[in-house]
Design a protein around this ligand. Structure first.
Ligand code: HEC
Ligand code: HEC
Length: 354
């Protein structure tokens, strides 16, 4: 009898240890699977958690977290949606051929989205998530603290070859509402991995224009056209493939017209579909093709000599004078850049990256 009870006890003990043991294994496995992202409890891939780690590894354009069409039609949301439309299909609203010429702030038919990819959400494609938090900030081009409106107008006057969009216009307000919404969970300083562009290792030689041309013909012209003029969507002012040079492109004062900036953009984003973690071009190819593109004809911005009141602050690959060094314009356009960078390091103790 006692024996029987003892045996039952042993049995119960064995069963419960098997039960607890396997539960532990099960829980362990679950934790591992979650840890390695095999399973996920969130309904979308943008895990913006309380520690503000923004995970944009899955960066298809219309993930739920950035899908404006999921917003209801409150007054605020309507403004956000208008800002998104302006950003995506810019020429329809403020381009040179839109219905209301008073609103033709842009001088070309590019869209903001052509350079700030996936409506400003793609990593290392000039992401605008957190941009509101990153402003106001010091700007060398004007040598003063600049506001977000002034920064947007920087792109209006240069990338969009246009004119200043008034601070209180409904367009400016809508773009800013959209940007605020993009950064609704961004950290207080607006900084996280994936802002700006990748940085290439700058080759220690001038751009090779012959190689640049062949990269362009082999890897870029299928979309951007043999003459770099791009291609519009049918019956639309909006580009399917934006121009890389010519009258409808960014002007010579634009950031994209600096070889280093363009090479950095291209490295992480082109040919279209390229992502920062699996670039297609080598640093050498990105450098050469950027140099080739920037040597072609494009609109010129007036008054460029007024940029960078403190000329020391001019990026080394700024393609237009004046400079406070004795390097030629050609070297500022095509490199080699290391000697120029060394000059600023020695004379002014300034580290130049672009
Ligand atoms: C031809 C490409 C191009 C187009 C089109 C363009 N931008 Fe930009 N934008 C850039 C580049 C390049 C930079 C970064 C410049 C630099 O590194 O100095 C930038 C920077 C910015 C920044 C600051 C980003 C930061 O992280 O500090 C804002 C804001 C901005 N652009 C807004 C806009 C808006 C709004 C539009 C449309 C009206 C627009 N851009 C159109 C190329 C472009
Ligand atoms: C498969 C088509 C495709 C190929 C190939 C391609 N691009 Fe693009 N490119 C695009 C599209 C589309 C955009 C605009 C992105 C958007 O609006 O979503 C763009 C934008 C750009 C921009 C910024 C906008 C502008 O007009 O200046 C540059 C610069 C650029 N591409 C350079 C290149 C270079 C250099 C190559 C070759 C190494 C290349 N692209 C290959 C489709 C392509």
């Amino acid at each position: 009898m006692e024996d029987q009870e003892f045996q039952n006890k042993i049995k119960r003990l064995a069963y419960s240890s098997i039960f607890f043991g396997s539960s532990l294994i099960f829980i362990g496995l679950l934790i591992l699977l979650i840890h390695f992202n095999v399973i996920s409890f969130s309904s979308n891939h943008y895990n913006i958690n309380n520690s503000y780690v923004i995970n944009l590894d899955f960066q298809e354009p219309y993930q739920e977290y950035f899908d404006v069409s999921l917003l209801d039609d409150s007054k605020k949301n309507k403004e956000i949606k208008f800002g998104y439309q302006l950003f995506k299909n810019t020429p329809n609203y403020i381009g040179p051929n839109n219905d209301n010429l008073e609103r033709a702030y842009a001088g070309n038919n590019l869209s903001c989205n052509n350079c700030h990819l996936y409506a400003g959400t793609k990593k290392y494609a000039g992401s605008l998530i957190g941009i509101i938090q990153r402003f106001p900030q010091f700007r060398g081009r004007e040598n003063k603290i600049g506001t977000i409106e002034e920064r947007i107008n920087g792109c209006m006057e240069r990338s969009m070859n246009g004119r200043v969009m008034p601070k209180d216009s409904k367009e400016m307000k809508a773009i800013i509402s959209y940007m605020k919404w993009l950064g609704r969970d961004a950290p207080e300083d607006g900084k996280f991995e994936g802002t700006g562009f990748l940085t290439i290792k700058i080759p220690k030689r001038p751009v090779d224009l012959t190689k640049g041309k062949s990269v362009f013909s082999n890897m870029c012209s299928v979309c951007h056209g043999e003459n770099g003029g791009g291609e519009k969507l049918p019956n639309s002012n909006v580009y399917k493939y934006p121009p890389l040079w010519g009258d409808d492109s960014f002007n010579n004062g634009a950031g994209m017209n600096r070889v280093i900036t363009a090479a950095n953009f291209i490295k992480g984003n082109m040919p279209f579909g390229t992502t920062y973690d699996s670039p297609v071009l080598t640093d050498e190819e990105a450098y050469d093709v950027a140099g080739y593109i920037n040597q072609q004809h494009r609109p010129t911005k007036p008054n460029l000599e007024l940029d960078f009141p403190d000329l020391k602050r001019k990026p080394v690959s700024t393609p237009y004078p004046p400079y406070v060094d004795d390097f030629s314009i050609k070297q500022h356009q095509l490199g080699p850049f290391q000697p120029i960078m060394e000059f600023y390091k020695e004379k002014y103790n300034m580290i130049k990256t672009k």
